[in-house]
Write a protein that binds this ligand. Structure first.
Ligand code: ATP
Ligand code: MG
Length: 464
């Protein structure tokens, strides 16, 4: 009986909301992703039920009636029938059964019609596994579209006629790709076949919503499952055509996969931090444009691909409306992902590397470097060891107080004005950068006296 777990895990406030609705003569159903996840967890012992996530409730009560029944409510999306009920400071979305009759633009429902029947409400949902309702008072499921069977078969199938459902709302094809990854389901054949004819609707989806789906996909064990769906069925050609250049782009002899396959394996091997995984996805995007054949080594080279890749990644991330901080982090990771550390590096070389990448990015670079090694398809252990040795040296040098940015110098801009007699201007930055360069080579010179003396010399030289 797939409801046992649901009965156990439904939070008390959710049950109370359904009870209040019931006592007032209405229905209250638990719906959406949580129902799906609980049934999955009870059918497959391998599927863990993650904590968190929202509990959605569907009711035949109209929004105004819901508002009257509860003490604290927020009219979050009243025009679409959603009221948030607050219990113990937690919010629970209560949504009136509805149909989304017309999608004028393939993006947002035009008019919302309220309904009286749970099955009609389930019919407007995207996939059968998301269209199961549970009544916690009667411990009863309504599964009008065969969602439980599809969960058993690990199959993602559209509710109703897939082509129509995808044409109504262009985001659904991307949600399909995301659920293939996060649920580890396969696309039903007819549902898959309906994606390509619906891509005109997908083209209208806003970049923000695409970015959010990408980030949700990154939470899967293997996000590559979702990105393969996007590649095979045409979403990627619309959203990130640059990535398709990697498909079939053969690598040098140290790699098992083409550039695309390597990006997929690297992304999957990254720790499950969504933004880091975006870096895994994009880290070699510059390879196809930099590939050349070397007669000397009789193999391909990818000279400067990390800089070319960083220049390609920036506009891609801007197009997808990533925040400036996320964009800079990913571009920095793409730019610096090629570490090539060896034990012959002098301390000054390690400090210079750290100064270039910044200590903030270093941790992410080790993680990306490990994932990159896994993605080559051969034994990653030597590279793991190599990165660990670099990390140990970095930690040691930082503990010794290595100066890796202008902030770490023993003097600052104010000293240059008050003691050296400089006027504020670009020369100050130039002098501080030169001092940092010198201190990187000779850390013992990072004292106030030495740096002031040296700053005077540099200032004099600049005045002449
Ligand atoms: P998650 O685990 O990511 O929260 P979810 O299935 O709960 O997945 P939500 O975006 O929270 O997804 O939406 C809740 C429910 O609303 C879905 O289960 C589905 O029934 C319905 N739904 C959401 N988005 C759409 C859509 N674009 N088209 C049709 N139904 C949708
Ligand atoms: Mg949800």
């Amino acid at each position: 009986m797939p409801t046992t777990l649901l009965a156990q895990v439904i939070p008390d406030p959710v049950r109370r909301i359904c009870q209040t609705l019931h006592d007032a003569g209405f229905e209250g159903w638990v719906v959406g992703g949580r129902v799906r996840d609980c049934i999955m967890a009870s059918l497959a012992s391998s599927h863990r039920l993650e904590a968190g996530g929202d509990w959605d409730i569907a009711t035949n009560a109209r929004p105004a009636q819901v508002q009257r029944l509860f003490r604290k409510v927020i009219p979050t999306g009243i025009e679409h029938g959603t009221v948030t009920v607050l219990i113990d400071k937690e919010g629970y979305e209560v949504t009136t059964f509805r149909a989304e009759a017309e999608y004028h633009d393939g993006r947002r429902p035009g008019a919302v019609a309220f309904l009286d029947d749970i099955t009609a409400d389930l019919a407007r949902r995207d996939f059968t596994v998301n269209a199961i309702a549970y009544d916690p008072l009667a411990d009863r499921l309504v599964d009008s579209f065969g969602g439980v069977d599809d969960i058993r078969a690990q199959r993602l199938r559209a509710v109703g006629t897939a082509a129509e459902r995808f044409a109504e709302d262009g985001l659904r094809v991307l949600r399909a790709a995301r659920f293939v990854a996060t649920l580890e389901f396969d696309l039903d054949d007819q549902t898959a076949a309906a994606i390509e004819p619906s891509l005109d609707s997908y083209r209208k989806v806003s970049s923000e919503r695409i970015r959010d789906e990408w980030l949700k996909c990154m939470k899967a064990q293997n996000p590559s499952r979702g990105f393969e769906v996007m590649r095979v069925h045409g979403m990627l050609a619309i959203t990130a055509p640059e990535l398709l250049e990697s498909v079939g782009c053969e690598q040098n002899r140290y790699h098992t996969y083409d550039v695309w396959g390597h990006a997929m394996a690297c992304m999957d091997a990254c720790p499950p931090s969504p933004v880091l995984r975006v870096a895994g996805l994009l880290h070699d995007v510059g390879k196809p444009r930099s590939r050349a054949f070397s007669d000397k080594t009789e193999d391909y080279t990818f000279y400067n691909h990390e800089a070319i890749g960083a220049d390609m990644a920036r506009p891609m991330l801007e197009r997808l409306k990533f925040s400036n901080a996320e964009r800079d982090r990913v571009v920095g990771l793409v730019r610096h992902h090629l570490i090539c550390y060896s034990d012959e590096w002098s301390d000054a070389a390690v400090r210079r590397w750290l100064r270039r990448v910044t200590p903030e990015l270093a941790e992410d670079l080790y993680a990306l470097g490990r994932a990159d090694a896994v993605g080559k398809g051969s034994d990653p252990q030597p590279e793991f060891d190599n990165l660990r040795r670099l990390q140990a040296r970095v930690e040691q040098l930082l503990a010794e107080g290595a100066a890796v940015s202008i902030r770490d110098l023993a003097i600052n801009g104010r000293d240059l004005i008050s003691t050296v007699g400089l006027q504020p201007g670009p020369i100050m930055g130039e002098i501080l950068r030169e001092l940092l360069e010198e201190v990187t080579d000779s850390p013992e010179r990072n004292t106030r006296e030495v740096l002031l003396e040296r700053a005077r010399e540099l200032a004099n030289a600049a005045r002449q």
